[in-house]
Design a protein. Structure first.
Lengths: 202, 63
């Protein structure tokens, strides 16, 4: 068996109330919990850092334009700058929730893909391990190769899904972006699939 | 020049909106967080940063 310690927390109690919404079957065990790779969040952090410089430029420009008169606009400037940073922090927090609460649960029977899609919107899709026909790991580009993450495509016998509402995935394919170590995850899924097949034959 | 009362009124309305949005996010965090994950730490850092901005802005406004 491959070293899968990177995929799951050390202790995982499927009876915990936090897992109630998964509606696990009586003897179903959660084998792995997979979140998106942190490098998939780097783009958002970059945008936020770039935007964080904007108020400093605004103050600098106001100082140049207004000179000594800037004191009479100080209240407006303080309110604008504070509002901007509070908005930016809230945007970052919301983006982080969107990123961090996209979770793949691999149980002994199913693959459950939970996709967080903004404020108070969550999409849950699942397929049984028996339905898995083929699993493809796609690692492309410098960042993905360097940090070892990529797209995991699970070919299924049923309807497919994707984690991006704008590109919902091809019919018959279950697509998950920014999967950490997708080759290992693919192998784990196929191992569990074969194990289930052997178990069903006995 | 915008009157001070209008600036403070606008800021208050904005803060109220942000408060509602943040409360909805906190609701999601507490409903869907998994045991042992980073949710509470990140939420605490987010709250701390918001409080720092609010406190420093009110200090500047009172100065």
């Amino acid at each position: 068996m491959p070293d899968t310690s990177v995929l799951a927390p050390a202790s995982l109690d499927a009876g915990d109330p936090a897992f109630l919404y998964l509606n696990l079957h009586p003897h179903e065990e959660i084998k792995y919990v997979i979140r998106h790779h942190w490098a998939g969040f780097l783009g958002t952090i970059g945008i936020v850092l770039a935007l964080a410089i904007f108020p400093l430029l605004l103050i600098f420009a106001a100082r140049l334009a207004l000179g000594d008169q800037i004191a009479s606009y100080s209240m407006l400037l303080v309110v604008l700058v504070a509002s901007f940073y509070i908005f930016l922090l809230t945007f970052l927090f919301g983006s982080w929730i969107n990123y961090y609460y996209d979770i793949i649960f691999i149980t002994s029977e199913r693959i459950i893909n939970i996709a967080q899609e903004g404020l108070l919107a969550r999409k849950s899709s699942e397929l049984t391990l028996d339905e898995v026909q083929n699993v493809t790991a796609d690692v492309s580009g410098f960042l993905q190769s360097f940090f070892n993450y990529g797209i995991l495509v699970i070919e299924t016998a049923g309807a497919g899904t994707g984690d991006n509402p704008h590109t919902p995935g091809l019919q018959g394919y279950f697509t998950v972006h920014d999967t950490p170590n997708p080759n290992l995850v693919a192998r784990v899924i196929m191992d569990l699939h074969h194990k289930n097949e052997i178990h069903a034959r006995l | 020049m915008i009157p001070t009362s209008y600036i403070l009124l606008g800021y208050s309305i904005f803060l109220l909106m942000i408060l509602v949005i943040n409360l909805l996010y906190f609701f999601q965090v507490f409903k869907y967080r998994l045991p042992g994950d980073a949710s509470l730490v990140v939420t605490a850092i987010h709250l701390a940063l918001i409080i720092v901005i609010l406190l420093s802005s009110s200090l500047f406004l009172n100065a």
